[in-house]
Write a protein that binds this ligand. Sequence first.
Ligand SMILES: O=P(O)(O)OC[C@H]1O[C@@H](O)[C@H](O)[C@@H](O)[C@@H]1O
Length: 317
Amino acid sequence: MSTDKEKLLYVEHCKGLNGLEKVVLREVRGSSVEVYLFGGQVTSWKNEYGEELLFVSSKANFKPPKAIRGGIPICFPQFATHGSLEQHGFARNRHWSVDPDPPPFPKNTSNKAFIDLILRPSEEDVKIWPHRYEFRLRVTLGPGGDLMLTSRIRNTNSDGKSFTFTFAYHTYFYVSDISEVRIEGLETLDYLDNLKDKERFTEQGDAITFESEVDKVYLSTPTKIAILDHERKRTFVLRKDGLPDAVVWNPWDKKAKAMPDIGDEEYKHMICVEAACVEKPITLKPGEEWRGRQELSAVPSSYCSGQLDPLKVMQSS
Ligand SMILES: O=P(O)(O)OC[C@H]1O[C@@H](O)[C@H](O)[C@@H](O)[C@@H]1O
């Protein structure tokens, strides 16, 4: 167990933009994460060299109630327009609280830099979505600079009613140049195309690259997805659990121009790859809890490249 004094080194509560409450997680080697209580939203993830790994728009409003454009918004209880609520649900534009005494995880790790947040519905929220819940979010910065998000959502309805939701960690990765980005792990999968009335298609071709607007929900994907930024020679590895689908979104030039909180050229420096549960919504009975986890790491591309795998190099020589 870390002492309170020790914990202060790793977890700092402070004010962010426009006086919004923010928590900064730090790890001894220099990596850091920032989380705003507004939206329960991660807005920065830096590696040990201080390089930003997430995209946040230069035009992002840090002014409630509009959600912050970038980082990792939480889409709950609805992903996109898959239901009658506002786009992506309301969790991303609510004020979350620090959870002082969260129920323990079955396996407690030695991570020191983490924060537990909680969202419960207000009376106004219950009018929009007539359910009671506790949404606990743990954000952890691992010793190697990995960023882990674990959501635990519990149905606390006292009227015996179940509820159903869809969910996404709407992660905006920072990339040097979208036309030099490749995604691995989604080839040959089925997807719903949001640009074609959510029609179902099968992905063709070897790898996913970008040359125009993309808005797809890949279904039942592997648990590991890689996002390769060739120019930066960096690979993001996304691992997920409890979240079968993966959304890939880039607005490209026209849509970016139409969005007030994205700069005209900024679409070139972002790619959203979102661990999600969309196709088969989750239903919880009163007392039941769901968990969904996303783990991100950023490594030099050579670590991931098949060609540079020492075993493969030896076998082919
Ligand atoms: O502008 P918003 O509400 O943050 O949504 C951004 C995008 O989020 C993506 O997840 C959706 O697939 C897109 O359809 C949507 O346009």
